[in-house]
Write a protein that binds this ligand. Structure first.
Ligand SMILES: Cc1cc2nc3c(=O)[nH]c(=O)nc-3n(C[C@H](O)[C@H](O)[C@H](O)COP(=O)(O)O)c2cc1C
Length: 218
């Protein structure tokens, strides 16, 4: 009888402790990004001269305008009449989704609406890689292939095109960062199954690479 009472109280206590997390998860709101500023920055040749991987980041957050500009540079729509993007895409499959892991949670970038759609209200930055800086940097972008958009291809071809398409997006991010004084590094070193679980990915989604972005450490 006494054990039953203890169990009942422990259950209620556990429920009360987890409730705020649950409510918070429900409350992560979509973020409407400001219209991207598509001008400015260093000229292309200078950005290329300065492009490099950096692995020391400030913990400072990126303003929403910078986030919007960065994501537009990565794979935003640059020809609204056809909805084509800043990065090329094999057979126009547009199969690479960009997930954004920030301190407040995980979001999916919706290119057409210029919107960050909430996925999880957890800070999963530490899970996006095995290097210590990933947990402190403002952002970790995770490039995920939607295999449902590649179903007509063999597995080998799907892997090849997903990797190639991700490379273009990643290089756009590198060039944006070198043009606007941000630090970045693209990364393959991570525990993909653990990350896919934390991201609540479907079986038909595949993590290709991650890329850390933030202000350089002062
Ligand atoms: C596909 C790919 C995967 C990479 N994975 C990692 C990684 O997991 N961690 C890391 O610190 N750098 C990673 N890098 C960055 C390379 O180490 C870096 O590009 C290389 O050292 C050359 O330096 P640079 O980018 O400054 O020219 C990766 C680069 C590529 C292209």
């Amino acid at each position: 009888m006494k054990i039953k009472m203890i169990l009942k109280h422990s259950f209620i206590l556990a429920l009360l402790l987890t409730l705020p997390v649950f409510i918070y998860a429900q409350e992560l709101n979509p973020i409407q990004l400001p219209t991207p500023k598509t001008e400015g920055g260093k000229p292309l040749m200078q950005a290329l001269k300065e492009r490099k991987s950096m692995r020391e980041f400030s913990v400072k957050e990126l303003p929403l305008q910078v986030l919007s500009d960065l994501l537009w540079a990565a794979d935003g729509i640059n020809r609204p009449e056809s909805a084509l993007r800043t990065a090329p895409s094999a057979m126009e499959m547009q199969e690479i989704d960009i997930y954004v892991a920030k301190a407040d949670g995980l979001y999916l970038y919706n290119t057409k609406e210029n919107l960050l759609i909430p996925v999880a209200a957890d800070d999963i930055r530490a899970l996006t890689g095995k290097q210590p800086f990933v947990k402190d940097a403002a952002l970790n972008l995770i490039y995920v292939a939607d295999l449902t958009k590649m179903s007509r291809l063999s597995a080998v071809d799907a892997d090849f095109y997903a990797a190639a398409d991700t490379g273009f997006i990643s290089e756009n991010v590198y060039l944006y960062c070198s043009s606007f004084g941000l630090a970045t590094v693209v990364r393959g070193f991570m525990d993909k199954p653990a990350l896919a679980k934390a991201m609540k990915l479907r079986q038909d989604q595949k993590i290709i690479l991650a890329q850390t972005v933030g202000y350089p450490k002062e």
